[in-house]
Write a protein that binds this ligand. Sequence first.
Ligand code: IMP
Length: 178
Amino acid sequence: MSTIKIHDKQFKLSIPQEDIEKEIIRVSEAINRDYKGKRPILLGVLNGCFMFASKLMQHLTIECEISFVKLSSYQGTATTGVIKEVIGLSESLTGRDVIIVEDIVDTGLTMQRMMESLGTREPASIEIASLFLKPERLQVPVNVKYSAFTIPDRFIVGYGLDYDGLGRNLPNIYDVVE
Ligand code: IMP
């Protein structure tokens, strides 16, 4: 289906699943190279990361672990700017190589907050892997080492990303029709 309706908005097909997964494999291969001989811990940011984290991890051939935190900053299609940590982290990160796994970096505020909070836990390193990056929207400097796609300023759903709770199950990415 090339056009769909979620709540009050129309969305049109933008990136098919096959293309998404090709880029995720490229990111996995880069991580396999960069972390050879190490044992990174992936830290997935719920809810949006679940499909990306799953596909990314399936293609990691190095030893690796995964854990999740849950944050929220969005309501509808606009960020509230207020980021709440809903579920915290129980593992020790001391001396660990941490890879934050995020669905999309938009204003960058969520990642800035994560970097600040994880930095106090004495990890050996922290990098960010994001399925999408919207560079035009960045409000704070955030270094996203691994991104599958760089996209313009537009609202998208699918592959784990939602519009007010719906659309996460869509296997493709859809763009909002303004
Ligand atoms: P940031 O703190 O502004 O970078 O926002 C990051 C979070 O906003 C992501 O983890 C998503 O949950 C949400 N978000 C940002 N842009 C979009 C979008 O286009 N579609 C769905 N969710 C989005």
